[in-house]
Every structure is written in structure tokens, then in C-alpha cells.
Design a protein around this ligand. Structure first.
Ligand SMILES: [Zn+2]
Length: 315
């Protein structure tokens, strides 16, 4: 049995200050379902310090949503990793964050860990994601999605959410996980709710200005974007001519190798082919170069996009 605690209202309020950015939450079922999952049941009442005390004491387990839709911001970023070798990746991220002046706390989990970064004030979800995705890409740490089945997951999981939406929730730290019936602690503090929260309060908090500097000129890597168009910046400023950019027209589905994006070939798609959406390879360092491995020509690809190859007329 996990230890039972009896925390003060003050301790619960410390938890809320660190982790609670909106009052929507869920309570985890007491026992696993026959299929082994232990889902959270969304609550209609707002979260309060009484419920947080029960969570910290071990009487129930809550989950928390990252984004508040009124600000599209989150009080924290949590990097969740539960694949083989994921703990190593989290330590690597933690070290690299430190080089950027960002302190992160590592929490154990059932199969890996969660790495937490806290904002001094709530941070824009989109900016948090840009920072972590680019950091992971630079380190070669795999990120789930964009063609990869295994890798880290970044909470907030959305850049923004609609009014009345929730996005994804994460297990509230320091509580009892109902599947394993145990608690998972942060590594660098004694294992009581009070010591753990005191440690988290001492961590340096990331400011919006620092995050702005860290993400200057960065965007979410192509493979992880949903549908937002790539901003058009002409490479050759020629009056009346917009340079063709394949990435404005196709949705990348991951990486073919370290040098190329993959996407569905528009010409193949027109013929009902390339259902696996990976025939088109696009050079990451220079997306002017793209090729269909099924053999469609550049002319056919451009015609399929109604962007015929421009004829160069010599004057
Ligand atoms: Zn093709």
C-alpha cells in the first residue's frame, strides 16, 4: 500500500499555485477496468484545495489540463516519455535545458518519467511546444507523431484550444497511480508531499521573455504541424512572381531519413495511389528539391497541384 499522508490546506494551495491553471479536472477510477486501463472521470465541479488535499493524501487521484483557453497558456510544460531508453532521453533534455538556463524537475512514472518546466507566469502553449520540439530535434530525441510511433510527448499537446475545449490532461503529480497503486516522486527531494513541493517551489521559473528569446526565429518542425500554412518568404524578390514551395502544398508525414521529409505525392494521390503517404521525398535543407519514388516527374507533380512549372523565357 502507498503511504497515506495528511497534508495541510497550505500544502494543497502550494500544489495549486504550481500546477493548476484551470479548474477542470478528472478523478481516476479506483480500480483498473477489465482491459487494464484506469481512466479518469471528468468532473463537473471545479477543482478546489479540498480535492487537491485528497489527491496528495492518497484518497483519490486527479488529472490536470495544461491549457487555459482564455489565455492559450499553460503554467507548465511536461515532457512525457515511456518508451525503452526514455529515461536517458529525459536526462539528456534536462541537461540541455540547463545549458539554456532552464531548470526542469524529473518525476518518475510507471514506465519512464515526466520532465517538468514551470513558468513564472503562464506561458503561451504554442511557444512552449516550439521550444521543446526544436530542442528534441536538435538532440535527436524522438518525438511521437509526425510519423514516429515512439518518442516523447509534450504537454500542452495543442498550440491552442477552442473556448469550451479541454485538450489533453496529465496525471497530477505526487498522487497515487491507481494502476500500479504507488506514488511516483520527483528525484531530487525527500519523498513527502511537503518536501517535494518545497523543491519545486525553489526551482527557477521560466519567464515569457526568456522563452521568447529561446524560440526567436523558430517554428514548429514541419512534420508536427497540423494545417497552418508556411509563411511565404520569397527567396528571389521578383515582382509579381511567387516562388513555388512544395511545403505550402503538401502535408509532411514524417522523415524518410535524416535528410528528407516524406509526404503523399500529389500526382500519385490524383491517381488514387500512395495511400501510405510517403512516396514524395523533400530535402529538408532545401525544399526546392523533391522527388517521387514511384517515378512521377516534377511536371506531373506540379500539374497535380495546379502549379505548373514556370517556363523561363529568355529576354
Ligand atoms: Zn508520384
Amino acid at each position: 500500500m502507498p503511504d497515506h499522508f495528511c497534508v495541510s490546506r497550505q500544502t494543497a494551495e502550494d500544489f495549486m499555485r504550481l500546477f493548476v491553471n484551470r479548474l477542470a479536472y478528472g478523478i481516476q477510477r479506483e480500480k483498473p477496468l477489465p482491459d487494464g486501463t484506469v481512466p479518469y472521470i471528468k468532473q463537473t465541479r471545479p477543482l478546489d484545495s479540498g480535492a487537491v488535499r485528497m489527491h496528495l493524501n492518497g484518497d483519490m487521484t486527479i488529472n490536470l489540463y495544461a491549457i487555459n483557453p482564455q489565455t492559450q497558456s499553460s503554467k507548465w510544460v511536461a515532457i512525457d516519455a515511456d518508451y525503452d531508453g526514455s529515461l536517458e532521453a529525459l536526462f539528456q533534455l534536462q541537461w540541455e535545458l540547463k545549458q539554456d538556463g532552464v531548470e526542469a524537475a524529473l518525476e518518475q512514472s510507471r514506465r519512464g518519467g515526466h520532465l517538468w518546466i514551470f513558468g513564472e507566469r503562464p506561458l503561451l502553449a504554442s511557444q512552449c511546444r516550439i521550444y521543446i520540439y526544436n530542442l528534441a530535434l536538435r538532440l535527436g530525441v524522438p518525438v511521437k507523431g509526425g510519423g514516429l510511433k515512439e518518442g516523447i510527448e509534450v504537454f500542452p499537446r495543442q498550440d491552442e484550444i477552442k473556448e469550451g475545449a479541454y485538450g489533453n490532461a496529465i496525471r497530477g503529480p505526487l498522487g497515487v497511480h491507481r494502476k500500479s497503486n504507488r506514488r511516483y516522486w520527483f528525484y531530487e527531494a525527500d519523498i513527502t508531499p511537503e518536501s517535494q513541493l518545497a523543491y519545486l517551489k525553489r526551482l527557477k521559473k521560466l519567464t515569457g521573455a526568456e522563452l521568447g528569446t529561446l524560440t526567436k526565429g523558430m517554428a514548429l518542425p514541419h512534420a508536427y504541424r497540423h494545417s497552418e500554412p508556411v509563411p511565404f518568404v520569397p527567396r528571389i524578390p521578383t515582382a509579381g512572381y511567387r516562388e513555388f514551395r512544395i511545403l505550402d502544398y503538401v502535408q509532411t508525414t514524417g522523415k524518410q531519413d535524416t535528410r528528407n521529409w516524406k509526404a503523399q505525392c500529389p500526382s500519385c494521390a490524383k491517381g488514387g495511389r500512395d495511400r501510405s503517404r510517403n512516396n514524395l521525398g523533400i530535402k529538408i535543407s532545401d525544399p526546392r528539391f523533391y522527388v517521387c519514388r514511384a517515378g512521377c516527374t516534377k511536371e506531373e507533380i506540379r500539374a497535380a497541384l495546379r502549379q505548373p512549372v514556370r517556363k523561363i523565357v529568355m529576354a
